[in-house]
Design a protein around this ligand. Structure first.
Ligand code: NDP
Length: 291
C-alpha cells in the first residue's frame, strides 16, 4: 500500500512561491496555498491546490508550513497572524544568518519547529536537475520532511545552527554578484567600441569558465593558511597590471567604479609584504578590515 503523502501549506505566491507550490502539486502532495493578493492563487487552484482565505487558515490546515515571502519582516508579519503551535515552519525567504537565528527563536517561543532555507535556483529551475537548496535548524524536521523538500531540488542540510543555510546562500550569492559585476563591466567596455554583446559573450563565458579553477586552489590555500601554494600569478604582478584596467575603462568612457575597490585591497596586501603570494591572500585583508 502506498504511504500517505504529507499535506503542505505554502505562504506566498510570488514568482518563487508559485514555483514551489507548483512543484508540490505536481509531485502529488496535497497543497494549501495563501497569498496576500488572492488573484495569484487562481492558476494553482486550477491545478488542484486548496486556497485559504487567510494565512492563519492556511497554517491551521497542515503541520508543514513553507514560507516564501519578500523579506524577513513580511515573514514575521504574516506568521504573526497565525497559531504556530505544533507546526513545522520552513522559511525559504531570503535573509541573513542573524534573521534565520531570530526566526528560529521566534518560532520556538510559539511552540513550532523551524528550518531555515536558501534557494539556489531561479523559479524556472525549481524541480529541475540544477536546483539545490540549503537547510539548517531542526534536524528532525529535516529528516521527516526531506522527501517533500526534494520536490524543489536537491536538499542539502548544513547544520543545526539555523543561521547556516543563509550563510551558505549569501556566500554563494556574493560570488555570483562578483561575476555579475565583472560581466557588466566587461560588456560596457567591449561595446564602447561597437563590438556586439553576442560576439563577445562566448569569449567571456570561455574565460570565466577557465578561471573557475581558482576556486579549488584558493580553497586549499585558505584552509592551510598558505597563499603561496601553487602560485603562478602573483598578487604583485596583478596589482601592477590592475591600474591598466582602471585607465582603459576611463579612456573608453566607462566608469571604473565596480573595479576600484579591488585595487585598494590588492595594494594593501602587497604593502603588507605578500606580493609573492596568490591573489587569494586578499581574504586576509577582508578578515582584517572586518574585525
Ligand atoms: P516576488 O516579489 O515575486 O513575491 C513576493 C511575495 O511576497 C508575494 O507573494 C507578495 O505578495 C509577498 N509579500 C511581500 N510583502 C508582503 C507583506 N508585507 N505581507 C504579505 N505578503 C507579502 O518575489 P519572489 O517570489 O521571486 O521571491 C520570494 C523570496 O524568494 C524572496 O525572499 C527571494 O529573495 C527568494 N528567492 C527568489 C529567487 C528568484 O529568482 N525569484 C531566487 C532565490 C530566492 P503579493 O503577491 O500580495 O505582492
Amino acid at each position: 500500500m502506498q504511504e500517505k503523502r504529507p499535506s503542505v501549506t505554502v505562504l506566498g505566491l510570488g514568482a518563487m512561491g508559485t514555483a514551489l507550490a507548483r512543484a508540490l502539486v505536481a509531485t502529488g502532495y496535497p497543497t494549501t496555498v495563501w497569498n496576500r493578493s488572492p488573484a495569484k492563487a487562481a492558476a494553482l487552484a486550477d491545478n488542484g491546490a486548496a486556497v485559504a482565505n487567510t494565512a492563519a487558515e492556511a497554517v491551521a490546515a497542515n503541520r508543514l508550513v513553507i514560507v516564501c515571502l519578500l523579506d524577513h519582516q513580511s515573514v514575521v508579519d504574516v506568521l504573526g497572524t497565525a497559531t504556530l503551535s505544533g507546526r513545522v515552519v520552513v522559511n525559504l525567504t531570503n535573509g541573513t544568518p542573524a534573521q534565520g537565528r531570530e526566526l528560529a527563536e521566534w518560532t520556538k517561543n510559539r511552540d513550532a519547529d523551524f528550518l531555515d532555507g536558501g534557494i539556489m535556483a531561479i523559479p524556472p529551475m525549481i524541480a529541475g536537475p540544477g536546483a539545490f537548496l540549503f537547510y539548517s535548524g531542526s534536524r528532525s524536521a529535516f529528516d521527516t520532511y526531506q522527501p517533500v523538500l526534494e520536490s524543489f531540488g536537491e536538499s542539502l542540510y548544513v547544520g543545526t545552527d539555523p543561521g547556516l543555510a543563509a550563510l551558505y546562500d549569501i556566500a554563494l550569492l556574493s560570488g555570483m554578484y562578483g561575476m555579475f559585476m565583472g560581466a557588466a563591466h566587461a560588456f560596457a567596455l567591449i561595446t564602447s567600441e561597437g563590438v556586439s554583446g553576442q560576439t563577445f559573450a562566448p569569449l567571456l563565458t570561455r574565460w570565466l569558465t577557465a578561471m573557475t579553477g581558482a576556486v579549488a586552489s584558493t580553497a586549499e590555500q585558505v584552509d592551510k593558511g598558505d597563499y603561496t601554494l601553487g602560485v603562478s600569478s602573483t598578487i604583485g604582478m596583478q596589482a601592477a597590471a590592475y591600474p591598466n584596467l582602471v585607465s582603459a575603462a576611463e579612456d573608453q568612457g566607462v566608469s571604473p567604479e565596480l573595479l576600484m575597490p579591488l585595487q585598494k585591497v590588492l595594494d594593501e596586501r602587497v604593502a603588507d609584504g605578500y606580493g609573492g603570494d596568490a591573489i587569494g591572500g586578499i581574504i586576509e585583508i577582508l578578515r582584517k578590515a572586518g574585525r
